[in-house]
Design a protein around this ligand. Sequence first.
Ligand code: ATP
Ligand code: MG
Length: 421
Amino acid sequence: MLTTAPRGTRDILPDEVARWHYLEDVIRAHCRLFGYGEIRLPLFEHTELFQRGVGETTDIVEKEMYTFTDRGGRSLTLRPEATASTVRAYLEHNLPAGPQPAKFYYLGPMFRYDRPQAGRYRQFSQFGVEAIGSADPTLDAEVILLALDFYAKLGLKDLTVELNSIGCPVCRTEYRQALVGYLRAHEKELCTSCLDRLERNPLRVLDCKEEGCRTVTQGAPGLAEYLCPDCREHFRLVQECLKSVGARYVLNPALVRGLDYYTKTVFEITWAGLGAQTALCGGGRYDGLVEECGGPPTPGVGFAMGLERLLLALEQAGIELPGKEAPEVFVAAVTPEENPAAFNLVTKLRRAGLAAEKDYLQRSLRAQLKQANRQGARETVIVGGEEAARGNVSLRNMVTGTQEEVPVRELVAVLKGRLGK
Ligand code: ATP
Ligand code: MG
């Protein structure tokens, strides 16, 4: 147990971290283009925030939260998602008084007691955006496009955007009646959770993953026919905007998403190559959430995407991301006597801004050169021998294998020239 990470968690070692850095760099540059600023939120919040902000009848709150009591007796929960926290921060810092909409992005770990498998973990990372304070349909289109252009930038193709509108409390009241009527007629085929949801939140039934419930919901009435004029027009405009920039989507009337606070636009972006876990990104509009969290009625829209799943998709699509960065220079010592001199030189090079590495196992010179090669160093400086007596070192180009003698005081300049720095 001491040598195994908890189920559903994983280490990311330096070789793999380079790919994460790359993704994070692309995310930051991309969000800058769209005017979203980074928000850094706590990894845990008061449990009540998620109960209210995600919803009591959701899978997340019913089955997936990591909730604990701290030493002060408070109930806290490791964040399963970050929309509720973003709204909490928006209210806590009085941002409704500032320019609207406030546009945020976040990046970091989320925690859910999910069943671990490929693309599904108990600690996983999400990149998400939230735009709070505007009901404008161009904002719905903007967040969808932000996600799509991001995938395009990474070179990932053949994504599917599934789109639906789940209306507002006005149109949902009427729809709810129709849905409950339909579900009642199929009660025997529903799972026990759904029987309970039927009373508390029948829309949730549409999101159930159980085979029996899925069969039932396929025949259920769709919300589209029940949309009020306002929601209908909003949905039309979102689609018009998407079409105008060449973003393709398919309408999926069964898409309701797992969270309680969504209104109007909901969407999911999938990539078929992922097998079982095809969902890369999910989001939508949540015009009821800010009020639910104790603020003034304020509309909002956003999405969250899983980064582990994205990395899996990139790998399966054969898109290579940068690996661990190699040292630029390796400093080798002719004999262990020169080890301190090598230390001194490696420090000088690092202070001059060169990524320099040395040997720490007092290996033979041959073994050190092999090591330099394995690490991918482009140049190796060899300290010691007759050259040292002349105040010089040997400089070996690891690609061509050519070697020349260079005065120590000129070494930094020569290296920078060779490395194009
Ligand atoms: P799913 O139906 O796959 O459980 P979800 O509806 O619970 O997804 P969201 O809450 O919409 O997921 O989260 C947005 C994205 O975060 C998902 O599309 C997915 O890429 C990622 N994600 C969600 N749960 C996990 C998990 N346990 N492990 C890895 N990634 C996840
Ligand atoms: Mg889930």
